[in-house]
Design a protein around this ligand. Structure first.
Ligand SMILES: Cc1cc2nc3c(=O)[nH]c(=O)nc-3n(C[C@H](O)[C@H](O)[C@H](O)COP(=O)(O)OP(=O)(O)OC[C@H]3O[C@@H](n4cnc5c(N)ncnc54)[C@H](O)[C@@H]3O)c2cc1C
Length: 459
């Protein structure tokens, strides 16, 4: 196991194996991972005058923000929506400049098989259901407020704020199980605090009154929605890479992490593409991957849910109008679909869409999932025509699974790694369900602000 590094920024001996061209001087700060968090960390450190090297395992930057080009179609592994002027784009304006403004409508399939607004609709989930259902919903809410006043899980959090009836009938209960891979009652309460606080806000008196007051009026304009370039994320992250390189950051793609060792007050990082000396290591790679490289054992409790993305080309009628559709019904393993052709235009005279299937029950066959998805869509009148599965992709670290005990286990593991001097950040590094690039950017800035940066001047 990697020993404690008492002064991780002490200069390493220049005889330390160092393939990055900085031998002889202070070794650079090594940032492991070139996803949003690693890129932001590199930018902050480079701007503070540090020598920075990014080591990214894949042949591209962007981490889980990833597109695949298949024939005339460009798919993403999931749905990606950004906002003009977000913290990530403020840091990398070239990336914002290659994005497109878009109108994205987001709907859900309800357990009753209807298409309704995501995530809730006062009209569909309450008003339209009639006076008896409204009365029962309020009774169930009252009961939930008493019974779950000290919520212990995502399930009890939702019951406290919505009541069991609305929780189940809106489809939120089924959706959480699909997203987390376990029933909502087995999902740690802290997941609810991170990802479900919008429920608490939506049903609190102030916002609810505002929504009712604004009912039927035009929505208040927010920042413009942006989407990645038509030909994929690569162009967006090329801009980010170019800005960082211009600021002196070295980027090594295809560098799979193998080992991290303490040496002479600093570190030696061994990758598939060479050995690097480091004065400081900041890892945004998956927690278990970093732990393995440090020789630290990881338990079974820290588990990420893999995501299977199905890439579908389609000719015919889609029985819904939105660009993004969530599955809030009680059946089917698909979670969300994104109709790229409604955003970027049809290709080859066909629509094309990505369908996200979290693999809660372990590996699954793409063709079998596609058949099940098509059956769902046909049964619900949502797809009538010819659909073809043109490709699929597996993302192994898609969603941290917050079963009871997993957050404590991940915090303990982060502590153990950080005691060696390796710092952890990001959605993967901190096993943290960070929902957006904006939030990832903000959290990295906050975390790095906690550690004073040595005032090293670049030559
Ligand atoms: C399906 C999906 C849809 C999303 N939609 C949006 C959206 O609409 N808008 C938005 O702003 N955010 C969205 N997000 C969240 C966004 O992707 C994250 O907030 C952001 O990518 C976090 O960046 P990160 O660098 O912390 O982590 P990541 O990008 O997840 O990865 C960090 C690093 O881990 C590495 N890594 C990954 N897997 C492995 C592995 N097996 N072995 C070794 N290294 C690995 C990556 O290469 C990368 O270097 C979505 C996420 C997913 C999964």
């Amino acid at each position: 196991m990697l020993e404690l590094a008492p002064n991780r920024r002490a200069a390493m001996s220049s005889t330390g194996a160092n393939s990055d061209g900085t031998a002889g001087g202070e070794p650079p700060v090594v940032v492991l991972g070139g996803g949003v968090s690693g890129l932001v960390a590199a930018d902050i450190l480079a701007q503070a005058g540090q020598q920075v090297v990014i080591l990214e395992p894949y042949d591209r930057l962007g981490g889980n923000q990833r597109s695949l080009n298949i024939g005339p179609y460009t798919f993403d592994i999931g749905s990606f929506i950004f906002f003009a002027g977000s913290p990530f784009f403020r840091r990398f304006p070239g990336a914002e400049a290659v994005c497109h403004p878009a109108q994205i409508a987001v709907d859900r399939v309800t357990p009753q098989g209807r298409i309704s607004r995501y995530p809730f609709s006062i009209v569909d989930d309450l008003v339209r259901r009639g006076p008896i259902e409204i009365a029962l919903t309020f009774l169930s809410l009252g009961y939930g407020r008493v019974r779950h006043r000290r919520p212990v899980s995502a399930g009890s959090f939702a019951r406290y704020h919505l009541g069991e009836r609305l929780f189940a009938q809106s489809g939120l209960r089924a959706y959480i199980q699909r997203l987390c891979g376990i029933p909502a009652d087995e999902v740690d309460y802290r997941f609810a605090e991170k990802r479900m606080n919008w429920i608490a806000q939506a049903v609190s008196v102030g916002p609810l009154t505002n929504r009712l007051r604004r009912f039927g009026k035009a929505p208040v304009a927010g920042p413009a929605v942006l989407v990645r370039p038509r030909d994929g994320f690569e162009r967006l992250f090329d801009q980010v890479g170019a800005q960082l390189r211009a600021g002196g950051v070295q980027i090594h793609l295809g560098s799979t992490l193998q080992k991290i060792e303490a040496q002479g007050g600093g570190f030696v990082v061994t990758t598939s593409r060479g050995v690097f000396a480091a004065s400081r290591i900041i890892s945004s790679l998956p927690l278990t991957v970093t732990a393995d490289a440090c020789g630290i054992e990881t338990g079974e409790q820290i588990r990420s849910l893999p995501l299977l993305s199905l890439f579908v080309a389609f000719t015919g009628d889609l029985g819904f109008k939105s660009e993004v559709l969530y599955n809030f019904s009680d059946i089917g393993s698909w979670k969300r679909l994104t109709v790229h052709s409604r955003i970027y235009g049809r290709a080859d005279d066909r629509d094309y869409l990505s369908v996200e299937v979290p693999l809660a029950l372990g590996p699954s066959d793409a063709n079998a999932e596609f058949t099940a998805f098509l059956a769902f869509m046909e049964d619900h009148g949502l797809m009538t025509g010819e659909a073809e599965l043109v490709g699929h992709e597996l993302t192994d670290f898609a969603y941290p699974t917050y079963a009871h005990g997993s957050i404590d286990a991940s915090e303990a593991l982060i502590d153990q790694i950080e005691q060696t001097g390796v710092e952890m950040l990001g959605r993967q590094g901190r096993f943290d369900y960070i929902p957006t690039a904006s939030k990832a950017t903000q959290l990295v800035a906050e975390r790095l602000a906690q550690v004073p940066i040595d005032p090293v001047r670049r030559p």
